[in-house]
Design a protein around this ligand. Sequence first.
Ligand code: AHR
Length: 503
Amino acid sequence: MKTAKMIIDPISKISKVDERIYGSFIEHLGRAIYDGIYQPGNPLSDEDGFRKDVVELVRELGVPIVRYPGGNFVSNYFWEDGVGPVSERPKRLELAWRSLETNEVGLDEFAKWAKKAGTDVMMAVNLGTRGIADALNLLEYCNHPGGSKYSDMRIKNGHPEPHKIKVWCLGNEMDGPWQIGHKTMEEYGRLAEETAKAMKQIDPEIELVSCGSSSLTMPTFPKWEAVTLEHTYDYVDYVSMHQYYGNAENDTADFLAKSDDCDQFIRTVITACDYVRAVKRGKKDLNISFDEWNVWFHSQQEDDETMKQRPWQKAPQLLEDIYTFEDALLVGLILITILKHADRVKMACLAQLVNVIAPIMTEPGGGAAWRQTIYYPFLYTSRYGRGTAIQPILQTPAHETSNHGQVSDIESIAVFNEEKSEVVLFAVNRNLDEDVLLQTDLRAFEGYRILEHVVLENEDLKATNGPLAEKVSPFQTDRSKLDGGQMESLLKKATWNMVRLGK
Ligand code: AHR
């Protein structure tokens, strides 16, 4: 059998993990809001119309921050349409997804939902069709205590306490030609700089995210980061990264190698941030908000058809990817990659959370909520991947892939939770044909014992979950043995693994 060797020692600390890397995203898109988190009249919903079962699942996932309200949606969103008496709210043509937005849910309702779900809101402003003034009015509405036009409007609308939203995104994917109000890097840099400067005048405590690239393959990447951040450096704290992965070619070995692209993307964005810091003779590091990432490709053809042939529906079924077991492996791999960069990736949002490229689904027509395959690696990493990320010294065998050449069989990261005296190892064997015996030197953790070795495994790479049957869910194994500080773990081919050790 192939073997891999690893040393885990808290000396090789990467950084404390910012729990906001386990964030997610809810856009006014498809059935994410309507039929997803909000469904008045359903016995599964509470007095405010929010689905209680969905709130429970979000709580189970442990999502500390949720980006809202878009996405492409935000670039022509008029936030004022979604506040005040619901009966007076206008219906609008929603251009990004060619749907009908009824505005029954707006930011006040979403803030209320977020409290119930135990999460914070990350708010995005419209820098597509709107600009500085509207961003300022929105911030005043949300965060100013009272005694001014927009804060008093919020109070009049029944929300005496400010929402105190801490993190704000300066637009969405402004580098993308598909974006309504798409901008060149110079145009965006200047607009974002002036918007950021003025927003910090209202509330200096907020944290701002400058729009980065919509994918590693954008022709403007990474010049976009270099140019726009030179404008925004003084006022912003993060630059965003977005990336979706697909396996339309049905080449799974190559698909699972795409976490290496993610690593490359993060490294290049860090380089751009550090370049700008040097140019500005700056004192602060700009960090990364990887605020859209996931697998997204299953539904694309159907979505194009819906938007073209049946536009302007309320809450159409859009982006309802049903995830396979192999998608869950990639999600596990991306989480490992994010943790490897815990020193610079401070926020990340699995896009999205409910019904739209989501770990949580609800049945159309008001049926039960259920967990997709990707739910599980996210759940375990979010629950146990808190503490200090530790860089393992890893020697792993490799295998050949069609587009990525030779790639490592094993991808792994460790997280040390000093408070709980736990060290947790996340590892994926992305070799589809061969098991690997992982030998881990854990002598630095004297007195620790194995608490559990959890595995996500399935003979069928294309296995999916559904409302009636859950074919892909984790289980505990006895595939790890610890003896005198040396642990041997059997990592079967194509598996996601978590080994948790404690005292
Ligand atoms: O998450 C779906 C879409 O993907 C978002 O609206 C957009 O920002 C990205 O292109």
